[in-house]
Design a binder for this molecule. Structure first.
Ligand code: PLP
Length: 352
């Protein structure tokens, strides 16, 4: 039996669930997903996940809406992305139907872990796919384990929606142009740690540039980058210029993860008449932007006040408070996730 959770003091960290869900892939076929209280794997020491990083994961959330119903946000997109990651690492893809059944089972067995509406907390799901074949010779395995770990997490912004400062690092690259950056695989994160931990030690977050030229913005360690440009600079961004006078810019790069949050925000921006452009963005172009942010499932939007480039002696500033365009998009997406606004794109699976 789970002990009582104090939702209001739940931090932005992992809480052990009662059940996880697992399914195995052997002899070319997936088993049915099953719920278990066993959080440990009986894994061979030579498993390809351990030896060669044959591993992929996902992250998605369920929200308790204003009407008391549970909404799972765009899980099919996570299932598709995990299938692409699996193919990228030569693993058996998890069929979308199996992915969906496993999420649903993880939810049903842990219903009491869906935080109440109004706490800002959510139930996060971490789907994980690992190679389990014992193999010391370099190469992929043929056996896999799919696991869904649910965990309630507290609000990303326990207080006020606020800005973060980012720093550029040209000495550690996250992913190569034709490497695994477009896949959600553990190796990308391990290779980011030298840069992200150095940034965190200074109270900052890390913005990665493209690994080939270090001229273009790629993304953050676990979030895409968004910049807002004011196309009518006679009106300042804080004076309520019309939506059509803004441009939403986000990097096009073969080395970044296609963010589902970014895709959702782009749709909402277009609906507001904001021009949306995905292209290569030079770091110096930050000087022409009036707002900037990182975006992803964890935060939705994490506004940026400054980007520091100490090596070039440059600093790009966007104001100390979140700007109006990104604040509006942040609220719009959260309103859909919490059932406060119409879900015209059918992004949420609603569960009574
Ligand atoms: C490297 C990276 N980029 C971007 C994102 C944002 O993606 P999403 O919006 O699908 O969470 C994440 C988080 O999953 C990430 O790890």
């Amino acid at each position: 039996m789970m002990k009582e959770i104090d939702w209001n003091s739940l931090g932005f960290h992992y809480t052990e669930p009662e059940y996880i869900v697992r399914a195995g892939y052997h002899n070319g076929a997936w088993s049915d997903p099953y719920a278990t209280q066993d959080k440990y794997l009986h894994l061979h020491v030579s498993a390809t996940a351990l030896q060669y990083g044959q591993e992929a994961f996902e992250g998605l959330k369920a929200f308790r809406g204003v009407d008391g119903k549970i909404r799972i946000f765009r899980w099919r997109e996570n299932a598709k992305r995990m299938a692409r990651s699996a193919e990228g690492l030569f693993m058996a893809p998890v069929p979308e139907e199996l992915f969906g059944r496993a999420i649903r089972l993880a939810l049903d067995r842990n219903r009491e872990l869906v935080p109440p509406y109004g706490t800002g907390a959510t139930l996060y799901f971490r789907p994980l796919l690992i190679g389990t074949t014992p193999r010391l010779g370099v190469g992929p395995g043929q056996d896999f384990e799919f696991i869904v770990i649910p965990s309630p997490i507290g609000p990303y912004y326990p207080g006020k929606f606020h800005c973060t400062t980012f720093i550029v690092n040209r000495h550690v690259d996250r992913a190569a142009p034709f490497g695994t950056g477009q896949f959600k695989v553990g190796g990308n994160y391990a290779s980011s740690f030298r840069a992200t931990e150095a940034a965190h030690a200074m109270g900052l977050d890390c913005l990665f540039l493209d690994a080939k030229t270090h001229r273009y913005i790629d993304e953050c360690s676990a979030a895409n980058f968004i910049g807002i440009k004011n196309l009518s600079p006679t009106l300042s961004s804080r004076e309520g210029a019309k939506a059509s006078s803004y441009e939403y810019l986000t990097p096009r790069s073969s080395a970044i993860l296609p963010s589902i949050t970014n895709d959702s925000l782009m749709t909402l921006a277009r609906e507001r008449g904001i021009k949306v452009t995905r292209r290569k963005i030079r770091l110096e172009e930050l000087a022409d932007m009036c707002e900037a942010a990182a975006c992803g499932t964890a935060c939705v939007i994490s506004p940026i006040d400054r980007v520091l480039d100490p090596e070039r002696g440059k600093e790009y500033s966007f104001g100390s408070e979140p700007g109006p365009v990104l604040t509006d998009l942040y609220r719009a997406l959260k309103d859909i996730q919490y059932g406060r606004a119409e879900d015209s794109h059918h992004w949420c699976d609603i569960i009574d």
